[in-house]
Design a protein around this ligand. Structure first.
Ligand SMILES: [Zn+2]
Ligand SMILES: [Zn+2]
Length: 179
């Protein structure tokens, strides 16, 4: 996701480039399991200080449901809106002052390469759900037998316990209360 923006940096404010992105992102983040390439439109616009990147991107990732632990695929769409600042002046090669709060991931290096990958990684991770669910009404797992309740109910219901197990349970409860 590296773009040489030397020509665009030489243009007047408002100068623009349009790119179609298709990028394999298996290596983007160790915690990410992408199922498809990252695709979408990328616009780069020359601003007073640098280059504004606007992108509309999509991919599909594999996540584990936080209730039933089943792996499922989630389509993700997210936007980038980030101004990249050049490290050096395109005409003189002189080092440019960067603001104190500059995002290191949004710096155009001294070879005029604008690398989108870290900003893409950050925005993609933010676009993922904090609590992934395979479906909004996921019923989860039984904490006693591990049955996936999406596949049907289990038999772990106290009122339906086998009478012999109920007697055992009573014994265990009694011994607990002795301690
Ligand atoms: Zn689930
Ligand atoms: Zn159960």
């Amino acid at each position: 996701m590296r773009y040489n923006v030397a020509q665009l940096l030489k243009e007047h404010i408002g100068g623009m480039r349009h790119y179609q992105l298709r990028q394999e992102i298996a290596e983007l983040d160790p915690s990410l399991k992408p199922l498809t390439d990252l695709t979408g439109n990328v616009d780069m616009i020359r601003t007073h200080d640098g280059i504004l990147v606007r992108a509309d991107l999509r991919t599909s990732v594999e996540l584990a449901c936080s209730r039933c632990l089943t792996q499922f695929s989630l389509p993700v769409r997210f936007k980038l809106d980030e101004e990249f600042l050049p490290l050096t002046d395109i005409n003189t090669g002189a080092r440019l002052p960067l603001p104190d709060d500059v995002d290191e991931a949004a710096i155009i290096d001294s070879n005029h390469i604008l690398d989108l990958s870290e900003i893409v990684r950050q925005d993609l991770m933010l676009a993922l759900p904090l609590v992934p669910l395979c479906r909004s009404e996921c019923k989860g797992l039984c904490s006693r037998c591990g049955q996936n309740w999406n596949n049907g109910a289990c038999e772990c219901n106290d009122s339906e316990l086998d009478p012999r197990l109920a007697a055992l349970k009573q014994l265990l409860d009694d011994s607990d209360s002795l301690n």
